[in-house]
Ligand binder design. Sequence first.
Ligand code: S3P
Length: 175
Amino acid sequence: MGAIVLTGYMGAGKSSVAAALGHRLKISVLDTDACIAEREGVSISAIFKERGEAYFRDAETKLLKELIAGGFDGIISTGGGMPLRDENKKLLKELGHVYYLKASPAAVARRLKNDDTRPLLAGAADMSEKEKRIAGMLGQREAHYAACASTVIDTDPLSVEKIADMILADEKASS
Ligand code: S3P
């Protein structure tokens, strides 16, 4: 069957949906950010600051290759920039069924209002600047997310449990 791979922008709900799916299916959940931070022994923000974004992106690609080599078939919650590299798009598809959890800039800005763990959104002066920055990045990234997803879920009006229901129904239909 392969893994269930969740992609999408920061704050789209990947980690929460992954946890709900893991709970229901009783299979393991891997969060690529958490895995990389644990390996490096520092936070994602510290990796960006001290080692740079390219270092982090290399660590993401390396991790995907390892998951494929190890035959990982649980649930994977990916960092929001994972599908940007073409190589990663291929690797993600190789891992399993890729879901793009789509969220609007307004929903993301609301959810990440008090968040200070995302280096790429750090330093926005207020909510409107944060939302503008999110909208700009999402505009550039949309095609990347769409290119590697086999299913797109518009998450704005949905609860975490409802999104998990939809993924489970999709998995059942395609098995
Ligand atoms: C990033 C998203 C983050 C994390 C890093 C970069 C991005 O993951 O990988 O801060 O480029 O969108 P989440 O989507 O889990 O916040």
